[in-house]
Design a protein around this ligand. Structure first.
Ligand code: GLY
Length: 358
């Protein structure tokens, strides 16, 4: 598998996700032909890649660099204002483009800047983490945080293209890669069981960024997301399935003051969701065991302190996905058969949590 793969997201105006090694070289060809300036929004560790892009496009497109804080530190209104300032001072027009180069936080910010400048300019996302490649950069959700919570300000803004260049994962710590795999596992349980089979067959190869299996897992996960986003771009229906494991996961991230990797919190959230699916629904017990086994093989956590339940419950009730305080969970009737359920008795939630608590 050496040729790039193109996965088209049929959302509003369709866009391509191009997956492969070295596909960053295709940046110029995916930029709209009108583009004279590009603002590359990147985190400090990607400064060399941003500079290389500037040199590669020199003489054809003017490249402006906006170096922003790493990780969640990027998703602040002051950082967005810093980008808007660069755009204002350089007469950045609606026919220019923003490029988001980095992990999920960087591409969320870059997307938000693109969505808001002049009411929207073209955007190309270049994710550099597994989480970004299979989730954050794919579906057109953009945003920043406020003091009151994560992602409270944002917009749906579809990119013109997404370049998933697997070479950009080089140098990333393996535990960062493994944390990104929580979203891959999620895609397996909600939609594509071949993902689970690949992970079970040989987890070492599956998580080796140079293997064909790794690439296949990334592509399969992108296809799952692309298909759901195409049906429900603005998150009013089926897109909620992508939240499998995230209701408790977000509460754990909050309890851990956002110092945990997202994937670690979602991993525990998926064990909880699987236990709940078994208790109140029809998910067979062996699929709950399978959830734990696969996550453990990725060295992801599957348990959390029992004494934290009350705090977690209170946080989940404040979650923006809860409706009028009523908790909603994505559960599985079986593998690849997700559905959203609300109104589950608190005693059932606690019973499921007891299976997770340690
Ligand atoms: N990460 C969940 C979504 O894109 O809807």
């Amino acid at each position: 598998m050496t040729e790039p793969t193109t996965i088209t997201v049929e959302a509003g105006s369709p866009y391509d996700v191009i997956v492969g090694r070295g596909v960053l070289a295709q940046l110029e060809s995916v930029l709209p032909p009108t583009v004279a300036k590009v603002l590359v929004v990147h985190a400090p560790p990607l400064a060399d890649h941003a500079q290389a892009l500037r040199e590669r496009l020199a003489g054809r497109v003017e490249v402006l660099l906006a170096e922003v804080p790493d990780a969640e530190g990027a998703k602040r209104v002051e950082v967005a204002a810093f980008c808007w300032q660069i755009m204002g001072q350089t007469d950045f027009t609606r026919t220019d483009a923003v490029v988001g180069l980095g992990g999920g936080a960087t591409t969320d910010l870059a997307g938000f800047v693109a969505a808001t400048w002049l009411r929207g300019v073209p955007l190309v996302q270049v994710p550099t983490t597994v989480l970004g490649m299979v989730d954050a950069a794919i579906g057109g959700k953009t945003g920043i945080n406020t003091a009151e919570g994560k992602n409270l300000v944002g917009a749906f803004w579809a990119p013109a293209a997404v370049l998933v260049d697997l070479d950009l994962l080089e140098g990333l710590p393996q535990n960062e890669i493994l944390a990104g795999f929580a979203e891959v596992v999620k895609c397996g349980f909600i939609a594509d069981t071949a993902i689970l089979d690949l992970l079970e067959a040989d987890v070492t190869r599956a998580t080796d960024r140079t293997s064909d299996e790794f690439r296949e897992l990334v592509e399969r996960s992108i296809r799952v997301k692309a298909e759901i986003v195409a049906e429900d771009f603005t998150d009013v229906g089926r897109r909620e399935h992508l939240n499998y494991g995230h209701t408790l996961g977000h509460a754990i991230e909050h309890a851990e003051r956002y110092r945990w990797r997202h994937g670690a919190a979602v991993a525990i959230g998926m064990v909880f969701a699987a236990e709940l699916s078994h208790l109140v629904g029809s998910l067979p017990a062996e699929q709950v065991d399978r959830t734990r086994r696969i996550l453990a093989s990725l060295t992801l956590p599957t348990g959390y302190p029992l004494g934290r339940w009350k705090t977690l419950l209170a946080t989940m009730q404040r979650d923006k996905k809860a409706r009028a305080g009523m908790l909603r969970f994505v559960l599985l009737d079986d593998v690849a058969h997700p559905r959203v359920r609300g109104g589950i008795d608190e005693s059932m939630l606690f019973a499921a949590y007891q299976e997770v608590g340690e």
